[in-house]
Design a binder for this molecule. Structure first.
Ligand code: PRP
Ligand code: URA
Length: 239
């Protein structure tokens, strides 16, 4: 098995393993799929935020004064549209005061390169810690581009929270941004020649939102250019 870098955190929680298996199952319908994305996001978010700092805060219980804790950094949740949307509510349950900043990216099917289509970040960063929310870390192109955007914005600390990663994507993101912690439920075997994670779960956006565009869009129909992009990533990984 491939050795993972210290910035990569794969959950070992049995509930995560159980829910992830249900999520992978191709017979899981969109309603159940969305519920599982939400539940897994809650569990992974809890783990991803374990090292956030707190400051002391005096509070009065019904019995006496006590020194409690208050989360120190301002946290920004950055869902990557579309599929990251399904992870937001769970994270907001954990941290109701978090700000939510949306980034719209889609992956060009042929080149597998991310294409930005939505970004309304203000000029300067308003938070200290950003959590990028995207269920799939495949080639890593979308997450590396999102980190580029957030660093240019002035985000001091960035974490990626995904449900499933491919080794190729972990290598791309860690190579470009070794300071970014990656929290996932699983690192799978590899990318297929269309850039889909194997065994994976298929298309996370389509499975959440019930948008299946027909057999041509199913994982497995390779284009020469796309297959070459994947082969290059796999050569880099083996190098
Ligand atoms: C999926 C997924 C990631 C991206 C991962 O989005 O949600 O954003 O692909 O692939 P990468 O690591 O190779 O960049 P997609 O482009 O399918 O858009 P969608 O969420 O709108 O369906
Ligand atoms: N995007 C997905 O939704 N699934 C994959 O396996 C790869 C990219």
């Amino acid at each position: 098995m491939q050795q993972l870098a210290s910035n990569v955190h794969v959950s070992s929680h049995p509930l995560v393993a159980h829910k992830l298996s249900l999520l992978r199952d191709k017979s899981t319908e969109p309603k159940k799929f969305r519920e599982l994305v939400r539940e897994l996001s809650w569990l992974l978010g809890y783990e991803a935020m374990a090292d956030l700092s707190v400051v002391p805060r005096e509070i009065e219980t019904p019995l006496e004064l006590v020194t409690g804790s208050e989360l120190e950094p301002k946290v920004g949740l950055v869902p990557v549209l579309r599929a990251g949307l399904g992870m937001v509510d769970a994270m907001l349950e954990l941290m109701p005061s978090a700000e939510v900043w949306h980034i719209g990216l889609y992956r060009d099917e042929r080149t597998l390169k991310p294409v930005e289509y939505y970004n309304k970040l203000p000029d300067a960063a308003t938070v200290q810690v950003c959590l990028i929310l995207d269920p799939m870390l495949a080639t890593g192109g979308s997450s590396a581009a999102t980190v580029d955007i957030l660093k240019a914005w002035g985000a001091a600390r960035i974490k990626q929270v995904s449900l499933i990663a491919a080794p190729e994507g972990v290598a791309t993101l860690s190579g470009a941004h070794p300071d970014v912690d990656i929290h996932v439920a699983a690192v799978d075997s590899h990318l297929n020649e269309r850039g889909y994670i194997v065994p994976g779960l298929g298309d996370a956006g389509d499975r959440q939102f019930g948008t299946f565009a027909g057999p041509g869009s199913e994982p497995g129909h390779a284009d020469d250019e796309t297959a070459e992009v994947v082969r290059r990533l796999q050569r880099d990984l083996g190098a």
